[in-house]
Design a protein around this ligand. Sequence first.
Ligand code: NCD
Ligand code: ZN
Length: 336
Amino acid sequence: MPTTLHSPLDMHLHLRDGEMLKRVAPLSAYTFSGALVMPNLVPPVTSKEEILEYRSRIIKAIGNENFVPYMTLFFQPTYTREFLESVQDEITAIKLYPAGITTNSEGGVSGFEIGALRPTLEAMSELGIPLCIHGETNGFVMDREAEFVPIYESLALHFPKLKIIMEHITTKESVAALDRFENLYATITLHHLMITLDDVAGGMLQPHLFCKPIAKRPEDREALLRVALAAHPKVMFGSDSAPHPREAKECPGCAAGVFTAPIALQMLVELFESNGAPIENLQKFISDNARKIYQLTPVKKEVVLQKSPFVVPEIYDGVVPFHAKTTLQYTIHTVI
Ligand code: NCD
Ligand code: ZN
């Protein structure tokens, strides 16, 4: 029986710029209806002009595919209400990075005192602009996300009308926070549903599984799987597909990021099926929940997946994908 997914959405995607954009954008645009595009370029996307120019480079890179890039701005506590009003129609969310926490985040926020953030966050709240957060402290690597939960909670309490999306959650603590605050939501990646730290560093070091936040413990992965497979209404798929050239991964000082965009749907179907979760739940996780949370009407795209072996390519134009060279059970049959 083929499986059909309707208008899949990737609510956290790195499309990069320049040559890399040209290589990776068509891969997402082929199977997804749209994606929330991260703003951590060098320099980051912080002005209306930069949003418009970046969007037109993306549109050019995807060619004829029916795909909407949902644009984001890189959060700055200096954004005024006037500025936000002027860019509101061009963006879907604003992404906040703690300074220096991950790739190209040097210009991020260096403290979370509510007073300093209040004017911008209040304006976002009033204008209905969601806030996406990379929630990690600069503490011990395994504890960074759990340590950030009190910051999520404080923001959720102080700005009860602001939609706050905990990006790429990896811990049971973040999962638990979802149900404590009405205005907290989350994205979950494919790789964090599949791997733990053991897969990254338990045997020989696997640079292509190294990302921020790092994969955690089995009980964390279990907690993520539980809400994803049940299609918890506050969670949505966000691949955090983060391509880096092979040379930047297979070297000392390996860049953080897992490249999953071209194989995400195939693997998700297999994952849901092997865990006995109904395909309707995958439809919610991959599209319907995001439509409700972000109030989006994605372009129509039907992705038909067929149960027949698909060997993941060793490399996509210089970028090594997640699970390269392994055989998956599902392949993309048609996209209409
Ligand atoms: C991302 C990147 O490479 O831009 N890397 C990653 O490990 N996920 C940045 C990010 O989302 O943290
Ligand atoms: Zn990311």
